[in-house]
Every structure is written in C-alpha cells, then in structure tokens.
Ligand binder design. Structure first.
Ligand code: ZN
Length: 412
C-alpha cells in the first residue's frame, strides 16, 4: 500500500506558538560548574544530593513514601512482582476482535509522537503482527524538528497512513503557566507546564478514531515510566481516595499561588486535562464511541530498550541531537520538566524508570547509576529553547528553580 499523509478532517486549531528570540543574560545564578563542554552547549548546574539510594535499585531516600529494610532495600523493590505479559498472540486477537465490530478498514489507530516507544509500537503492530494501522500525530507546537522527521521517516518506511492534527492548547497556555509557576516554583505544581499535551493526544485521537470508525486505539505507554512520585507530591494526605486527594492537592497549590488560575482560557484546559487524567470522563467517551484503548507495553508485550532502539533505528529513527537520552525526545518541554525535578528534588523520572528496569532484570544497578548521572545533565540550549518561546528570561527561570529548591529544602 502506498503511504498517504493527510491532515485529519476534524476541528483543527491554529498553532498559536510564538517564538521569541529573547537572548537574555546567560546563567550566573547557580554557584556550580557550568563549564563542561558538550557540543556547542554547556552543562549548567548540579543537582542536590537525593540521599541514600536503595541497595538493589537506585531510588533515593528522598523519594516520597519510600521505606528501607535493614539491608537497605527499598519498599518498591520489596513489593515488586514480575509481570506476566499476555503476549503478542493475545494482543493481535484482542485488536482484531475489537475492530471486527468497527466500520473502518484500519484495525487500530496508533498514537505516534515521534518518540521511541510509539515509533516501535507502530512498527510492531503493522510489521510484526500485520495489523492494519493508522498513525495519529497531534502537533502541540512543542515537537522538536528531529521528532517531526522521525514521524515521517517511520510512516514512510512502514507504508502507514498518517493523520495529523494541530492543537494550540499547549502553545497558548505554556507562556502564562510558566510565568505563573515561577512565582511559586514547587515541584508538585510544575505539571501545569504541560497542560494541553495529553488532552491534544488522547482527545484528538479519540475524535479521529471515532470519525473514521476505528475500533481500537493504542499508545506507547510502558510500565517502566514511573512518575508515581509526582502524584505523591501533589496528593493531599488528608484523604485516601486518589482523585479527591489529587484535587485537594491541586487546590492547595492554587491557594498558595492563585496566579496558576488567572488565565481563564488556561483554566478550562486545566479542568479538561485533569478530568481526562483523574475521572471516568475518557472511559465514558470511549464506551459511547465503541472504542477500546490499549497500552500494549503494559499488559501484552515486554518492552525491551535495546530491541526497541535497534528496530526503530533500522527504520531511520534518530535520537535528539544533544539530549543524552533516547527517551522522551518528542517534546522540548520534557527536558525542562526533568531539569526542574532534578534541581528541586535531587531525582527525576530517570531514577524511577531505571530502577524499574533494574527490577525487571534489564539493567544492572551500576548501569542505572551511571545513566542517571549522565542523562540527567542538561544542556543549556535544550533548556533555553522553551524559555525563549515563552518570552521568559533564562536567568529568571534558573533563579526560580533555585528558589524552588530552597522552598523544598525548608519543607523537608
Ligand atoms: Zn529499590
């Protein structure tokens, strides 16, 4: 089948991104070395000490809610049980059964971001399982050029049709959200910087699948991504119910920093995104549309990093030019968020994800430690870009992060 590429025939929002070439003063606020050359950029700051690490994985003692036994093994390692994946035969049967009731020619819509996991998922479903797929890409305005290139190289190589939809929500909200966050820069509230992304992908994909009569949606989420600490930071300890604890924690952040909700249009996006993440809203919409949503790497397929990188590299997929990890290279805000967590908490998603891979037997503890160190160093150019888009002085951003670190240290 010849590849076709077309824009999805649904509501298509204008991309409102505004790129401001604010050069701003270079960072002189962090007292630590920023002179490690890395291509044309500089390493700008070292993170605080996250505390003693688990003797089996690499989670630190500052990880929310963590406990250690007398041998120094963390509660996450002690509670770990190996996952029994259902396997590719079950996955294919599930997709074909669910799609048999739908009217589309394609069996499955794949949410493609240009990152490594969704690229591999598209390859696996279309080439290994022989499932007829449609790739769906939501352009949030923050997708770096190499990820755009990856998307087109992958669909070209696989002969898969690509539906593209633009969403202006993230570009519209990032600037006011970043400025508001800098007034009281907590790790818990930094999630607001990405408001609009999940909404663009998941709501857009559902609309696309529904319009075209596709019965199955699949995303590249893996069970190794971690991030539990972000929810723990946000949750109010006063209630047990997950969604209510998150809502109360969010209300606490707003009470401390009302600027987070001063922009009415962005508040609407916040409410919609939290509804998507925390309530049955999406499940109800999927049920009404007769669509099932799968994350094959959660229950069916064991995700394996060397296999993933090798297969997609064969298809022309390329990592970010200067980022040090092949992970999450599909959004220019991802390094900014990771940097914020690392600088305020002393750890971030890398510690979480690589600890999961140690438990899964895919990585030694030594390799995890080495990669956490190496991949958590951030090049200035990577961090400057989103600040420039928001028209925020990079020095002011770094000063806010440093203030966030002091606030966190005082609170612990
Ligand atoms: Zn552990």
């Amino acid at each position: 089948m010849g590849r076709q590429r077309r824009h999805f025939n649904g509501p298509c929002l204008r991309d409102g991104s505004r790129r401001v070439n604010a050069s701003g003063p270079r960072n002189s606020l962090f007292p630590v070395a920023r002179t490690m050359p890395s291509g044309n950029t500089l390493t700008i700051a070292t993170a605080p000490d996250p505390g003693k690490r688990c003797s089996r994985c690499v989670l630190p003692s500052s990880y929310p809610g963590i406990r250690f036994d007398s041998a120094g093994v963390c509660s996450h390692c002690l509670a770990h049980t190996p996952v029994r994946y259902r396997g590719p035969v079950d996955l294919k049967r599930h997709i074909l059964e669910a799609s048999s009731r739908a009217r589309a020619r394609e069996h499955c819509l794949v949410l493609l971001s240009g990152g490594r996991d969704s690229s591999y998922l598209l390859y696996y479903l279309s080439k290994v399982l022989g499932v007829r797929t449609l790739a769906y890409f939501a352009d949030t305005g923050f997708v770096p050029p190499h990820a755009h290139g990856n998307i087109h190289r992958i669909v070209d190589a696989l002969g898969v049709e690509l539906a593209v939809e633009r969403s202006g929500t993230l570009t519209r909200c990032f600037r006011p959200h970043l400025r508001a966050w800098m007034r009281r820069p907590t790790a818990a509230s930094s999630g607001i910087l990405c408001i609009g992304c999940k909404l663009a992908y998941h709501r857009g994909a559902l609309r696309c699948a529904s319009t075209r009569g596709i019965g199955v949606m699949a995303d590249g989420w893996t069970r190794f991504e971690g991030g539990e600490y972000k929810r723990a930071l946000m949750k109010s300890p006063r209630v047990a119910a997950d969604a209510l604890a998150m809502a109360l924690g969010y209300a606490r952040e707003i009470a401390h920093n009302p600027r987070l909700i001063l922009n009415a249009r962005c508040v609407g996006a916040q409410i919609m995104e939290y509804a998507y993440l925390l309530t049955p809203y999406e499940r109800r919409r999927l049920r009404r549309a007769g669509i099932i949503k799968l994350s094959p790497f959660s229950w069916y397929l064991r995700w394996n990093e060397p296999e993933v990188v090798a297969r997609i590299s064969d298809l022309g997929w390329q990592p970010h030019r200067i980022a040090r990890s092949s992970w999450r290279g599909d959004c220019i805000l991802s390094p900014l968020r990771s940097f914020i967590y690392k600088q305020i908490l002393g750890f971030n998603d890398m510690d979480d994800a690589y600890s999961s891979l140690v438990r899964d037997g895919q990585m030694s503890r030594e390799e995890a430690l080495e990669r956490v160190e190496r991949e958590s160093e951030y090049d200035e150019a990577v961090l400057r870009e989103p600040c420039e888009i928001a028209g925020v002085d990079f020095g002011d951003f770094l000063a806010a992060v440093r203030r966030g670190r002091r606030m966190h240290e005082r609170s612990t």
